[in-house]
Design a binder for this molecule. Structure first.
Ligand code: EPU
Length: 337
């Protein structure tokens, strides 16, 4: 266990906040030991996965536990399907690459998403026409109330857009230990409905559709507009895309005729990136923090020296501007610590 430990390498914003204590655990037994230690010493606990969806706004006066449980296993389900289980500490993108090398289909649209397997169910990670709920079968969790191991099936997780039971009633109660996905061996359900994928496949001159090619297209699209956290600190989309009533959308359309929206019944999802850009934030920098010049929804640690508080305050200003101009309240997607 380390004391007064900088979490800078453990959060993709690259914020230099310190944890009073820090420990990295590789097994369930070590994890339980660390939790018991925190209970005995009345320490608050912060679980760290890939650190790609947190903003540390201050030093953490407790025990930060980095989850590094590793391993991937497989089980044949039938001629066409395989159940692949990855432990929480596996890097998400490496896991996707592993599945593509084996020609297992289902995760290709989720290539290059930062973070670890263990945090993927938390917010039902999604991109380019796919979400993990499409292939998710179950996850094994440690219940912090009694240190028992439990299994959550698809229905138990209450997955929604960037949402799950782990962000709602189960918040703070469970640590995800491993996640199982049902993937295809052949007859893959290739998803290219997301417009940019089709265009990118054409740009690449690809006529033969494979899951590997879809992954390549997704990687190219992401690299073309999303900053690499290793080069410039960020946590992907900082806000969720808001959902507003259709009537409110129609009123806004009268005033802002180009407002984009994706209707779904009597609600409309509006791209937060557009709203933020319209308020003049795209590419704007204040001190060490900026809204990314190619994707306004991503807030970046522009100089590498931003504090979590600065990034938080910057996001608050964005929320105020969008509220003032459009009457829409943006909700942060990133977990604020
Ligand atoms: N837009 C702008 N200006 C911008 C950015 C976006 O006008 O600066 C508008 C454009 O109209 C564009 C639309 O927003 O057509 C959608 O943009 P984009 O395709 O980049 O997707 P997004 O809605 O901004 C969401 C996810 C991303 C995911 C992409 C692709 C959320 C909060 N974000 O972004 O997820 O990669 O779709 O599926 O739903 C993440 O969660 O960290 C993340 C990167």
């Amino acid at each position: 266990m380390q004391e007064n430990f900088s979490l800078k390498p453990y959060n993709t914003f690259g914020v230099d906040a310190k944890a009073k204590y820090f420990i990295e655990v590789q097994t369930l037994e070590h994890l339980k030991d660390a939790i018991n230690y925190s209970k005995d010493h009345h320490l608050q606990v912060l679980f760290l996965g890939g650190g790609s969806n947190i903003l540390l706004t201050k030093d953490f006066d407790g025990l930060a536990i980095k989850l590094s449980l590793k391993g991937i296993s497989e089980q044949d389900l039938n001629e066409n399907e395989v159940l692949v289980t990855a432990k929480a500490g596996e890097n998400w993108h490496e896991f996707v690459m592993y599945s593509l090398e084996k020609n297992y289909g289902g995760l290709e649209n989720l290539s290059l998403i930062p973070g670890n397997v263990g945090t993927s169910p938390m917010q039902n990670i999604g991109a380019y026409g796919a979400e993990i709920k499409d292939t998710f079968v179950s996850c094994t969790v440690l219940d912090l109330e009694n240190l028992e191991v439990k299994t959550f099936n698809l229905e138990d997780c209450h997955f929604g857009y960037r949402d799950s039971i782990f962000k709602q009633e189960g918040k703070g109660r469970y640590v995800i230990l491993e996640v199982s996905f049902k993937l295809t061996r052949k007859d893959h359900h290739i998803k290219t409905e997301y417009g940019a994928i089709k265009t990118e496949l054409e740009n690449l001159g690809i006529t033969h559709l494979t899951i590997q090619n879809v992954s390549k297209a997704v990687i190219n699209i992401r690299q073309s507009k999303l900053p690499d956290p290793k080069i410039m600190g960020n946590a992907g989309s900082f806000f969720k895309n808001p959902t507003i009533p259709l009537t409110q959308f129609e009123d806004l359309k009268l005033k802002f005729e180009n407002i984009p929206g994706y209707p779904n019944g009597d609600v409309v999802k509006v791209p937060a990136g557009w709203l933020i850009e319209q308020c003049g934030w795209k590419g704007k920098q204040i001190g060490n923090t900026a809204s990314h010049q190619l994707q306004a929804l991503v807030i970046v640690n522009a100089t590498g020296n931003a504090t979590g508080k600065e990034i938080f305050d910057f996001s608050t200003e964005i929320i105020h501007s969008v509220k003032e101009k459009f009457g829409i309240e943006l909700e942060r997607e990133v977990n604020i610590i």
